[in-house]
Design a protein around this ligand. Sequence first.
Ligand code: SAH
Ligand code: SF4
Length: 418
Amino acid sequence: RGLLESAGMIRSEQVDDSDVIIINTCAVRENAEDKVYGEIGNLKCLKRKNKKLILGICGCMVEQPEILKKVMDTFPEVNLFFGTHEVPQLYDLLYEAITTGERIVSIESKAGEVIEELPACRLNRYKAFVNIIYGCNKFCTYCIVPYTRGKERSRKFDEVIKECKTLVDAGYQEITLLGQNVNAYGKDLDEGHDFADLMEAVAKLGIPRLRFTTSHPWDFSSKMIDVIAKYPNIMKFIHLPVQSGSNEVLRKMGRRYDRERYLNLVKEMREKIPGLSLSTDIIVGFPNESEEEFQDTLSLVDIVKYEAAFTFIYSPRRGTPAAALKDNVDYKEKSKRFQELVKHLEVSISEDAKRYIGGTYKVLVDGISKTDNNMLSGYTETNKLVHFKGDVSLVGKIVKVKILESHTYSMLGELVSE
Ligand code: SAH
Ligand code: SF4
């Protein structure tokens, strides 16, 4: 959106009025791709009304050759295709599509240099995401990301700091440092800075809330834990994907840690960072996962006591090593395990959330609650969603809220006056 606006375009209120529509796609799981087919199906009729419409698809999905071919063959209405590495060339691609009227396909298999200072359009005036590293070198056996996003490329330390400083000066309350694996930041540069140094430098800029995601347990160093513990403005909330609690499954996934190492890391974090809250990603039904191995995941969840979790049924991704494995577990069984895990997590997360009741927590006010017009909503430092009554002038401010009730996915509170 930043690129399009700096090319002089403006956002249309209705999709039917648009001259350019670009669908950005994800390839991590098959159901994300299925949604894209539905979306193109809904949009393609607009091409009949507006012959000049540019209907584009970008992102990881079209970086897979067989999927690109499928979309190109099925939807002649789509006339622009580009991969994640071509985003900086969007002006040129659009210009070519508009002036030639031809179908433009630009998909590089190799990741190029990081382009700094791309125009950005930030919809939220208080919370900002800042990319610090692109790509991934881990090659977990189930995952398509290293193939579509390329090798790890860190942004320059000074450029990240410059962008964060601009955000702090503009009054932003929260910055989230982003990457497939933020803990690998700097390893590909010769600048002598790692992720701990970067976090520390951003924290020192004085941003009220600093977050980061995602962390791979393998690269999470003691130095990083010490920096998180030291700075009160680094939120005591870490998203630490475990994927499975079984050593055998972790080995087959190529995750580079075992259950014991993961639990030791959690122990060190908890010892050094009081009040730490953890969330995770879990995959159920990796090829040939046994019932016993699945039970290992349930027991790990009980030990760690996550405050939130994203759960997925394994989705075979063509071209990844896991997709070539013969699988002796049927989808019905995977689905049953998945439901069991979700229920298990819901019970433990809502049980744990009860400890918030009666306490007063800092909440960054996001806006009017989506479920009740008379309420505001925002997030605690540990990422709990809280609804409470308050004036709309509080949006974008950090306020204190006393928690009255806790539910599985949100809490109800009342504003505490200073
Ligand atoms: N780089 C991050 C996130 C990668 S994608 C990390 O390593 O944690 C986000 C999540 O999607 C992963 O953590 C994993 O749980 C899930 N995922 C990735 N590939 C998947 C697949 N083939 N099937 C099901 N879930 C998958
Ligand atoms: Fe995929 Fe994350 Fe593993 Fe990288 S670390 S391969 S992005 S799951």
